[in-house]
Design a protein around this ligand. Structure first.
Ligand code: EPZ
Length: 417
């Protein structure tokens, strides 16, 4: 099992190019099920979750090819096994994203329940309630959901909680349904908007993506398309914090700064110097890092996927900060490992109280989820001495060659197998 070794206290300097967004690529790949014609995707990040999704699509009968250069070609001519098996879904919860498109196109689907993960129970009840409102029958038993329908019909669906993949799943179900669907209290993430752009390029009729109310008018069929995946705003935010925590000077290129205004706003509050461009931005870290509280909320507010990385930065603040996590019930696992590196953090329910000024020292630590791994890398960059991070397969799910990108910026970092 690979590990990552870091020797800290090196300032990061230079330019890094951001890869495509995993969380835009996954729904886009699922959407290829909606048409028998060829779909080409560009700027796919070459990460584990993308390869897992390719494998899942192939098992459903899709001819799917993903190249390391980020291009993918898909053709769901006809159905294979209309099933997402437990062995695959347990490695990637986002497999649930094939449910909506499979129902819309093939009128049935058998999906293993994703189950929880390190950060929480992660139920899919809102996905299933929405599909049932559209005329699907969803039976849950033996760890699977069996969904069938004669024809999906448009419906008014109000989400009691903002759900990103719930919004995406139901948008994909609605594009071939009979009539109009309204998704209320929908997720506004850029990844949702990117999916809507792709579906419209296939001939779907969608208004309001990127706002809390999305209107979809069903069409008879969809055609193939060529679609580009947006840059990964969370990878960009992760490198921004790497520049701040090492007091470096990094240009973060090939991204859309507008997708992370809340993160960049928070970083400038914390003392980093940010200069914005059209397709990138520059972050200069200053010796003084100010402790500033933050609370995670759905987009466009500060994202939960940046919470762990921000906590690493706050261990270096000039006072005490409070980090409140409102999205997931157990997303402070990284705090325990940061404490082992010398951080002073107290977790109380949904809040972590981070006392700044900690002298971080390198240690053997263990990743628990994708973003927790990123926060351990950031802490390792700032720590005195050597840090060895175990279980980096979590990292490989969503970051393409992060250690190579960090090394090119001057970090002393390497992967050891
Ligand atoms: C997406 O997960 C992302 N994954 C997550 O990124 C991200 O952290 C999350 O959105 C929040 O922004 C992908 O896009 C593939 P939710 P998702 O449904 O859709 C509750 C990463 O690191 N909920 O928006 O699964 C849920 O428990 C990953 O890349 C229900 O109760 O998250 C949570 O408390 C981690 N019932 C809240 O809603 C449901 O049916 C938000 O979850 C669905 C969700």
């Amino acid at each position: 099992m690979d590990k990552i070794r870091i020797v800290g206290e090196k300032e990061l300097r230079g330019r890094v190019e951001i890869s495509g967004a995993k969380n835009a690529a996954l729904p886009a790949m699922a959407a290829t099920l909606l048409t028998p014609e060829i779909v080409s995707l560009e700027n796919l990040p070459y990460v584990r979750d993308i390869l897992t999704t390719r494998e899942l699509l192939e098992s459903i009968g899709v001819a799917a090819e993903v190249l390391e250069n980020g291009t993918g070609t898909f053709k769901a001519a006809d159905a294979g096994a209309l099933e997402a098996p437990y062995e695959l879904v347990k490695t990637m919860r986002a497999s649930v994203l094939v449910l909506g498109p499979m129902l819309a196109r093939f009128k049935k689907a058998r999906i293993s329940l994703p189950g929880g993960c390190a950060i929480g129970a992660r139920p899919i009840n809102l996905h299933l309630q929405g599909l049932e409102k559209m005329g699907a029958k969803c039976d849950v038993s033996h760890g699977y959901v069996e969904a069938t329908t004669t024809k999906l019909r448009g419906a008014y669906i109000q989400f009691e909680t903002v759900t990103v993949t719930g919004t995406e799943n139901l948008m994909m179900a609605a594009v071939l349904a009979e009539g109009e669907t309204i998704l209320d209290n929908a997720a506004c993430e850029p990844e949702v908007e990117n999916l809507a752009d792709m579906l419209c390029a296939m001939g779907a009729k969608i208004d309001g993506a990127g706002t809390r109310t999305i209107r979809i008018r069903g069409v008879k069929k969809l055609k193939g398309c060529r679609h580009r995946i947006i840059p990964d705003r969370i990878e960009a935010g992760t490198f921004a914090i790497a520049a701040a925590i090492t007091r470096g000077d990094v240009e973060i290129a090939d991204c859309n700064p507008k997708h992370l205004t809340s993160v960049l706003g928070q970083l400038s509050l914390a003392g980093a110097e940010i200069s914005m461009g059209e397709t990138g931005f520059r972050v200069r870290g200053h010796s003084e890092i100010s402790s500033k509280n933050v609370t995670t909320y759905p987009y466009p507010a500060f994202p939960t996927d940046m919470q762990a990385q921000y906590m690493a930065l706050m261990t270096q603040g000039d006072a005490t900060s409070i980090i409140t996590e409102t999205i997931f019930e157990n997303r402070f696992m990284h705090a325990l490992e940061l404490i082992r590196m010398g951080a002073d953090i107290k977790v109380e329910g949904r809040q972590a109280i981070v006392r700044g000024g900690a002298t971080l020292t390198g240690a053997k630590v263990q990743a628990s989820d994708l973003r927790a791994s990123a926060s351990l890398i950031l802490a390792g960059l700032a720590a005195k001495g050597e840090t060895i991070i175990d279980r980096v397969y979590h990292l490989d799910r969503g970051y393409a060659r992060i250690e190579e990108k960090m090394a090119r910026l001057g970090a002393e970092i390497e992967r050891i197998s």
